[in-house]
Design a protein around this ligand. Structure first.
Ligand SMILES: C=C(O[C@@H]1C=C(C(=O)O)C=C[C@H]1O)C(=O)O
Length: 256
């Protein structure tokens, strides 16, 4: 039997439509899938432990020969709901800011917005597990993914980074994309992208499947209004701008 394609995908709720598509296709027979926190998806692809990953886009410049696969991503056209800075005081007064260890893109996005949008100078702290407990007084935290579910209204101030990026650039944003570090066979890629497309088309059903596990959080709305899965030309432009900022010396081909 041929070696399966090794894939690392994000273990959060936003990725379930993609997984649904993969399991509905015949591909589940030829892929070896692991679900990981985003920073680990990036590490595995950079280390060559997987052939393909749904990785934080901030890690793309660290790959030697990145290939962005498909016209799908984890993106947003504005507010995203699950990438936020939580704070007990207005952000202008924050002195310490914890950066989620599960993230790569939103950490870079936070640094970008702190400098270019808010123009403030808090001390950044690379967080370890359990950092959410440290929010209070003048200490804030960036939290991403499923751990943000249920935090709405818990802290006096919430800053949605998709929304702030949109305000600042008038562009959508891409958090994660399907990326390989070498050209993969077209026969596989065609099936893979068809599976992703199927999953996105059926995300209404996926939302129904998962809704009962996320009480108080509207999964359908999350999949249709907040997360935007299409890697459009405008999103590619936004991605280019963002990567040029975080890795000015490294040119990455993001257009098709
Ligand atoms: C919108 C999200 O995007 C995530 C944010 C990432 C990051 O900051 O590195 C990586 C993967 C995405 O799943 C989220 O998980 O809430």
């Amino acid at each position: 039997m041929k070696q399966p394609f090794k894939i690392s995908a994000v273990s959060y709720l936003n990725t379930k439509p993609f997984l649904y598509g993969l399991f509905q296709s015949e591909l589940d027979q030829v892929v070896d899938l692991s679900l990981d926190i985003p920073s680990e998806c990036a590490r595995k692809l950079i280390a060559g432990e997987v052939d393909l990953g749904l990785i934080p886009v901030a890690a793309i410049p660290q790959l030697e020969t990145p290939h962005i696969i498909s016209d799908f991503c984890i993106g947003t056209e504005g507010a995203v709901k699950t990438v936020c800075i939580y704070s007990a005081c207005p952000i202008e007064e924050v002195t310490h800011l914890y950066l989620d260890y599960q993230s790569k893109t939103s950490v870079a996005l936070t640094r970008y917005l702190i400098t270019n949008y808010w123009k403030i100078n808090p001390q950044f702290i690379n967080a370890l597990a359990g950092f959410e407990q440290k929010i209070g007084d003048k200490t804030a935290a960036l939290i991403i993914g499923d751990r943000t579910i249920g935090l709405e209204g818990k802290y006096a101030y919430t800053y949605d980074l998709g929304e702030i990026w949109k305000k600042h650039t008038n562009l959508p944003f891409v958090f994660a994309a399907w990326v390989s570090n070498r050209q993969l066979p077209t026969s596989f890629l065609d099936k893979f992208t068809a599976a992703l497309e199927l999953g996105i088309q059926k995300r209404h059903q996926v939302a129904q499947l998962f809704q009962s596990s996320y009480l108080g959080f509207d999964v359908h709305q999350y999949y249709h209004r907040y997360i935007d899965y299409e890697l459009t030309t405008e999103k590619r432009q936004a991605l280019k701008l963002f990567l040029e900022y975080i890795a000015p010396k490294r040119e990455v081909l993001v257009s098709k």
